[in-house]
Write a protein that binds this ligand. Structure first.
Ligand code: IPE
Ligand code: IPE
Ligand code: MG
Length: 253
């Protein structure tokens, strides 16, 4: 039985988040420039987006560039930005064909204007699609996101639009970039690093974490199925006891 056939389609995560790591090492291991790794990484993006769309996953968030990545050598940063523009331009028709809607989270003010415009256009052109929500985290970091949410919430309170005593988790979440998205149930990081690197710190509170040594340019649908199968073996307890969870499952089924 193929890995895909082993998946329990009733227990798929609604939202998968991926830290796409290892492009640079993948290229170096082949005696190539780091940018070659980023180019190859686009192939993996295509395959994984298609894989998620085929499975009927609701949202896929891809961490493509962090606010800290701006500190990389200018040559690499420029190469990644160019790759971003050309990829988006060439992929919009495929996104539309597959009913995929593009969302972007991150500090857009940091992006070169032509990148921002390309993203805005792609978002508009895919806005009517109702299938997979593809969320690109670009110039994103969770600490930046939390700080800008705190600033907005403080301004609204100062303007009298919000009573600080009435701030609930639901109201707070509206100030985050991910306001309309469910929290990820599964977070995958490729390339062997076991850290979060400033990704969705608030939203990942109860995500199941999956780490693989596979470098991002080698990550394909089969690797995705493996990650989901592993996720499906986990007992998600949310602070409760195993007995409570099992009892609940019996009542539901
Ligand atoms: C991930 O690959 C892509 C970005 C961060 C833009 P890296 O470029 O971090 O590759 P490694 O981790 O150096 O191998
Ligand atoms: C995290 O990878 C960011 C992205 C994948 C976009 P990094 O390669 O930047 O993270 P660190 O530096 O290893 O923590
Ligand atoms: Mg890295």
């Amino acid at each position: 039985m193929s890995l895909k056939d082993q998946l329990d389609l009733q227990r798929l995560p609604r939202h998968i988040a991926i830290i796409m790591d290892g492009n640079g090492r993948w290229a170096k291991e082949r005696g190539q420039d780091r940018l070659y790794g980023h180019h190859q990484g686009v192939e993996s993006v295509r395959d994984i987006v298609e894989g998620c769309a085929e499975l009927g996953i609701g949202y896929l968030t891809l961490y493509a560039f962090s606010t800290e990545n701006w500190d990389r050598p200018v040559y690499e940063v420029n190469g990644i930005m160019e790759l971003l523009v050309t990829t988006i331009r060439s992929e919009v028709s495929t996104l539309n064909k597959n009913n995929i809607r593009l969302h972007v989270i991150g500090d857009m003010t940091m992006l070169p204007p032509h990148c921002r415009q390309e993203l805005e256009e792609a978002k508009e052109m895919t806005a009517a699609n109702t299938g997979l929500g593809l969320v690109m985290a670009l110039s994103y970091s969770a600490r930046w996101e939390i700080l800008q949410a705190v600033r907005s919430i403080a301004k609204d309170a100062q303007a009298g639009k919000l009573n600080p005593d009435e701030v609930t988790p639901e109201i707070w979440e509206k100030y985050l970039c991910t306001a309309k998205l469910p929290d990820p149930e599964l977070m995958i990081r490729t390339s062997g690093e076991h850290r979060i690197s400033n990704f969705l710190l608030y939203q990942l509170a109860y995500a199941e974490l999956y780490f693989t040594n596979t470098r991002w340019p080698d990550f394909r649908k089969e690797n995705l199925y493996e990650a989901i199968l592993n996720y499906q073996t986990r007992e998600r307890r949310f602070g409760k006891t195993s007995e409570q969870i099992q009892q609940n499952e019996e009542i539901v089924s």
